[in-house]
Design a protein around this ligand. Structure first.
Ligand SMILES: [Ca+2]
Ligand SMILES: [Ca+2]
Length: 441
């Protein structure tokens, strides 16, 4: 619990009787890291879970934005080999049975590793070749390594395997690792492709949902959207007239439902739809655009910020369900709400969302967030975290005051304790009150 120390003795006396704190998630930077973020991944390379950021990253106080992959955890940032000389495209955790591996795609130009170009494996200390058995297709993005737990997959012997499905995408077909070998799923046709993949637990069964430019899969008619249960494909009889940019399964307490979102036109159509297994629901065009902009949803992720699991949606919009929401909103299955004052300069078509510990990390090309300044990288932190433990060392002491003042001077969104539009004197009072109230952990 709280330990009152010198600077706040008087305040402690005033605030000890403060009423129980409500859950207030908050914005923070990633220790001042800034980036044009291309991708995010959480991976444990043997040193504990860390967030890997691919893109054009600037370390705190530094410019320009170098082309790097950075490994981050609170108060510990590591630059991993400046071996990417083009753009770092994406990061994926891939498991072929020997444990998870972190694979990066980018324009590698570390000539100490001959012929290492488009893809590289992170060993924990350096980048190296992909191992045998990991299919690659050049150039990107034709390899998509994903894993889905417990998806039933038919092996060559005809048995159903209850294990991890690993698959990659070839130019005109889905290629699946079934635990024994790479299996080429029936082609979807020349010049067709699959683009978005989503794991959905439908009525207790794990299925893979695929969106792309195709009209059939394995001979089954499927107009851009299809479901694979590990053995057979299904199409949808109907689907929203929506350019899909992302899909996510979300359980609002009534079972997992499939959400698809996208857009990209200013035609006033809904940008997000829900499929419950039998019918589509238009969520009522809840995310209207700024006048004259091309509105769209770019990314969705499920996260519990202490107020219960919810679907977080990032894109270009200025309202959600009638509530002002700048480019980022929260949906609990029934109603929309803002996420602080959201993201400024929302022109990004590259938002990425990743849950890391108590935080939902967002990357993109935004310039400011939550009333503070954190370019291209920020995190929405659960109220389960200890807000006044500014330096995140597990205890409350004078170091947290120094930390708060430093971050306030940097206009870090963390310093916006009141989670409103501005950082001002009231935030220091807010910080002291939260410090005095302690964290109860
Ligand atoms: Ca501390
Ligand atoms: Ca404030």
């Amino acid at each position: 619990m709280v330990r009152c120390i010198m600077p706040t003795l008087a305040l402690c006396a005033l605030t000890m009787a403060a009423e129980a704190q409500v859950c207030q998630p908050y914005w923070s930077s990633l220790d001042g890291l800034q980036a044009v973020t291309q991708d995010l991944e959480v991976f444990d390379d043997g040193t504990g879970p860390a967030l890997f950021v691919a893109g054009y990253v600037a370390l705190p106080g530094q410019t320009p934005f170098y082309h790097d992959i950075v490994k981050w955890r609170p108060h510990r940032t590591e630059v991993l080999a400046t071996s990417i000389c083009g753009s770092a495209g994406w990061l994926r955790t891939v498991d072929l049975g020997a444990g998870p591996m972190l694979v990066a795609s980018g324009d590698f130009c570390d000539y100490s590793i001959p012929s290492l170009t488009w893809y590289a494996l992170w060993t924990g200390t350096t980048w190296t070749y992909l191992p045998p058995g990991l299919m690659i297709f050049a150039p990107p993005p034709y390899f998509i390594g994903l894993t889905f737990p417990a998806l039933r997959m038919q092996t060559s012997a005809g048995a159903m395997q209850h294990g991890t499905l690993r698959f990659a995408q070839e130019k005109d077909a889905l290629v699946i690792w079934n635990g024994e070998t790479w299996k080429r799923v029936d082609p979807i046709g020349a010049n067709r492709w699959m683009e978005h993949f989503c794991h959905w637990r439908r009525n207790g069964q794990d299925v893979l949902v695929v969106w792309g430019e195709f009209t059939s899969v394995a001979g089954v008619p499927a107009n851009k959207l299809a479901i694979f249960n590990g053995a057979t494909w299904e199409g949808f009889a109907t689907r929203p007239a929506l350019y899909t940019r992302c899909m996510k399964a979300f359980d609002d307490g009534t079972g997992e439902k499939l959400y698809i979102a996208g857009g990209g036109t200013n035609n006033g159509g809904s940008m997000i739809w829900r499929w419950d297994g039998s019918t589509w629901s238009d969520l009522g065009n809840p995310l209207p655009s700024y006048p004259g902009t091309i509105t769209h949803v770019e990314a969705m992720e499920v996260f519990d910020d202490g107020r219960g699991p919810a679907l977080f949606v990032a894109g270009v919009f200025n309202q959600a369900g009638g509530v002002p929401a700048r480019n980022f909103a929260r949906y609990d299955g029934t109603s929309w709400s803002a996420v602080g004052v959201g993201l400024g300069h929302g022109s990004s078509f590259g938002y990425k969302l990743k849950v890391f510990g108590d935080s939902l990390v967002i990357g993109g090309e935004f310039l400011n967030v939550g009333g503070g300044q954190s370019e291209g990288l920020a995190r929405w932190v659960s109220c389960r975290a200890c807000y006044p433990d500014c330096d995140e060392n597990g205890r409350l002491d004078i170091g947290d005051f120094t930390c708060f003042l430093t971050r306030r001077a940097a206009r870090d969104p963390y310093a916006n304790c009141t989670v409103d539009a501005t950082i001002d004197a009231s935030d220091f009072v807010c910080f002291m009150n939260k410090y005095a109230a302690g964290c109860g952990r």
